[in-house]
Design a protein around this ligand. Structure first.
Ligand code: E4P
Length: 217
């Protein structure tokens, strides 16, 4: 399973990237706003740091302008994935940009039928938003399962990029189902290391190290 980091914060990406935890990055207009940076400038910086795909989202809602924006975004670096919304115009832009040989991430996916359309339009990634479905009392994981089944039934190569991840359980469940990629905030990825028995066990070992005066260096 690939790990993408869902942020435009350079320092947070660098910290995880240094540990080999970053297979790619996703951004969106809200994350760009939060960073307070210019979209082109911050995206260029991220692309230079990370080897894998870096998703940068278009701002237009009509296909022609999305295509023009996508063509400008891919000039930033060779690892840009153009992010387009799951609308009819977004699918048109997806088809043109993917036919041109560019990576396209179709975002704001909330149904398996939408995911099917994105795959047929040549999407490199489909981004089903788990957390936002959970927020309205629907089952985000059920959507990931449905898309996995449908893509496997027909051999679609579009990668399932489980997005809007809010907890470590979302990551575990996505891995169990077989999502190709998860994208999560740095804090959620870092929280995967936590286990109370690890803390308890380490405390006991440290007490014994002190009591026995064990030294290595
Ligand atoms: C994915 O590409 C999106 O940027 C992101 O996962 C959205 O997450 P949110 O629902 O927590 O805003």
């Amino acid at each position: 399973m690939k790990f993408f980091v869902d942020t435009a914060e350079i320092d947070a990406i660098a910290e995880l990237n240094d540990l080999g935890m970053v297979d790619g990055v996703t951004t969106n207009p809200s994350l760009i706003k939060k960073s307070g940076r210019d979209i082109i400038e911050v995206t260029r910086e991220i692309c230079a740091m990370v080897d894998g795909p870096v998703s940068a989202e278009v701002t237009a809602t009509d296909a022609d302008t999305m295509i023009a924006e996508g063509r400008k975004l891919v000039e930033i670096a060779g690892n840009i994935a153009v992010k387009v919304p799951l609308t009819w115009d977004g699918l048109k832009a997806c088809k043109v940009l993917s036919d041109d040989g560019h990576m396209v991430n179709v975002t704001l996916c909330f149904s398996a039928n939408q995911a099917l359309l994105a795959a047929k339009a040549g999407a490199t990634f489909i981004s089903p938003f788990i957390g936002r479905l959970d927020d309205i009392n629907l089952d985000g994981m059920e959507l990931i399962e449905d898309i996995r089944t449908i893509y496997d039934n027909y051999g679609f190569e579009t990668q399932i990029l489980a997005a809007s991840i809010r907890s470590v359980n979302h990551i575990l469940d996505s891995a169990r189902i077989g999502a190709d990629v998860i994208t999560a905030p740095p804090s959620v990825i870092k929280a995967m290391v936590n286990h109370p028995l690890t803390d308890k066990g380490l405390d006991a070992f440290l007490a014994d190290i002190k009591a026995a005066g064990i030294k290595i260096l």
